[in-house]
Design a protein around this ligand. Structure first.
Ligand SMILES: Nc1ncnc2c1ncn2[C@@H]1O[C@H](COP(=O)(O)OP(=O)(O)O)[C@@H](O)[C@H]1O
Ligand SMILES: [Mg+2]
Length: 500
């Protein structure tokens, strides 16, 4: 507002023929209104400077870098020059990425472009070249805000009508988020009433025939039993063992179907442990099958009589509610005593139960979040299960998110060329979105090699701060600062116990 306007406008607001008191009041009001108007016309960045979170503040004011280094002294005069954008990007390399568009879930700020960064794997699918699947890999050292990002995406995705599933939550940190969203939490642990039967048969989707569905359910159950056995035995199964599992499962299912109940892990272990039942089922009286099944019976025993007793060997105490916005399985009460095999077995059973409940293709768009997934990386059997689930997920409208610490977690699955390594690399290929939070200095080379990072990107990864990550979305790169709402910050705080 120029001084001229002010001079002509004020008599309108402060008329002459009034007493001094009301003239002064009117004058004061006009002055206040003027201050307010001037304030409103100031650029956003200056007004928010003091109030905004430190990560929101721009590095320099809108007018650019101040001082003699700004190059704005007016002394540098160049003639105008026209070129194509392809040439321009070479001649002037300081351009920021254009962004992924405004469609999707707000994540935070694109640090280079200083623009809002939004992301939605379902919206990008088919729109972005090379974006072949909705899955996400999130890697970063402890405490950099990986879980906070996953939780934010989950909470914000609910507003888009997506449903969120957290099949195993070993730290129990998702429970409060689930409850806040009005979802369902199942807590499992010694002394807790919750039970999940991983052999539950999910409701048959309308589009699938009865026979196809029976085959599908059988395949899932066998895969689960196989991975449980392999995890405990720490080896591949022998052909005879596969046969024994097959026969035991069919025997149990036939019996349970006739009584109208659901098979239990204990039933399968019982049949595996009794050679006469196996022999009766096959007609092979040589005793070889019974002998071959001994190891299997002992392996499954751990789930029935060991530290996980009862939890996965009883009819489920909860029913899967397909309408709930969110569902999480809290395994924090299992404790981390001894080796982590117990927890890994529990994670397997819990995710198997949940994944089979998600096998309805008409269930809408869903997110499945595997927080702390690095724990399962060392177990080839679990990688196998995970990969077969991921292969299905595209057809089911499911986006998977896997949270690990470092990229070498993927390499611990086996030596180069081994089955475990191939599976882990396959999982990585199945993630069109890779989000890299800060990595330790000794991990940078691995990260760069596994993800094909450029030198600049590698350097950026080593210097990332909390909540800041390198997002590689189908070959495009962004450095993004994840912004938390104050309420989210409260809900997601995992430092609370450290501070208390
Ligand atoms: N973008 C962010 N801004 C502010 N605080 C954050 C942000 N991301 C995470 N935090 C805080 O940092 C702490 C650690 O985050 P967390 O997600 O548990 O880390 P991680 O899962 O990587 O170990 C939490 O208390 C969380 O509230
Ligand atoms: Mg975490």
């Amino acid at each position: 507002m120029s001084s001229r306007t002010r001079a002509t406008a004020s008599p309108l607001f402060v008329p002459h023929k009034t007493d001094r008191r009301s003239a002064r009041v009117a004058r004061d009001e006009f002055a206040a209104a003027r201050v307010q108007a001037r304030h409103a016309s100031q650029p956003e960045t200056i007004r928010t400077k003091t109030g905004a979170a430190p990560e929101l503040r721009p590095t320099y004011p809108a007018a650019g870098r101040p001082g003699p280094d700004s190059g704005r002294g007016g002394r540098l005069k160049l003639p105008a020059h026209r070129m194509t954008t392809a040439t321009a990007s070479g001649a002037y390399p300081f351009l920021a990425e254009g962004g992924l568009g405004a469609q999707g879930i707000y994540v935070g700020q694109d640090v280079h472009a200083e623009a809002a960064f939004t992301y939605d794997p379902f919206a990008l699918y088919g729109r972005l070249e090379g974006f072949t699947n909705p899955n996400i890999l999130l890697a970063g050292i402890i405490g950099m805000g990986k879980s906070a990002l996953a939780k934010s995406l989950a909470v914000r995705a609910v507003a888009f009508g997506y449903r969120i599933y957290v099949p195993c939550d070993p730290k129990g940190e998702w429970t409060v988020v689930t409850q806040e969203l009005g979802g369902q939490t199942i807590a499992l642990g010694p002394g807790l009433p919750g039970r999940l039967n991983p052999l539950d048969a999910p409701a048959r989707p309308h589009a699938v025939s009865e026979a196809d569905w029976t085959t599908e359910v059988r395949k899932r159950r066998l895969l689960l039993l196989g991975s449980l056995a392999k995890t405990v035995l720490r080896r591949e199964l022998h052909p005879m063992e596969h046969t024994a599992l097959d026969i035991a499962l069919d025997h149990v299912v036939a019996y349970r179907t006739s009584t109208g109940t659901t098979p239990l892990l204990g039933d399968v272990a019982y049949v595996l442990g009794s050679p006469e039942q196996l022999e009766a089922a096959t007609g092979d009286r040589s005793g070889r099958l019974g002998h071959a099944a001994e190891d299997l019976a002992h392996a499954l025993r751990r789930l029935i009589h060991g530290d996980l007793a009862g939890m996965f060997d009883a009819p489920s105490t909860v029913r899967f509610d397909p309408g709930a916005p969110m569902l999480s399985i809290d395994l924090s009460r299992l404790g981390g005593a001894g080796d982590d095999t117990g927890l890994v077995l529990a994670m397997t059973c819990a995710s198997a139960w949940m994944e089979s409940a998600l096998s309805d293709p008409t269930g809408g768009r869903r997110w499945v979040i595997y927080d702390e997934a690095w724990r399962v990386m060392r177990h080839v059997a679990l990688l196998e299960r995970m990969q077969s689930q991921w292969k299905l997920s595209r057809g089911l409208g499911i986006a998977n998110m896997m949270v690990i610490h470092r990229l070498s977690d993927l390499l611990t699955a086996g030596d180069a060329g081994s089955r475990g390594r191939a599976l882990a690399e396959g999982l990585l290929t199945d993630c069109s979105t890779r989000i890299i939070y800060r990595q330790e200095a000794d991990q940078l080379a691995t990260a760069a090699a596994v993800l094909g990072l450029t030198g600049v990107e590698t350097q950026a990864v080593s210097a990332l701060t909390k909540g800041r990550g390198l997002w590689k979305v189908a070959g495009r790169s962004f450095i993004t600062q994840h912004l938390l709402h104050p309420r989210e910050r409260e809900l997601f705080d995992t430092d609370l116990r450290m501070a208390a």
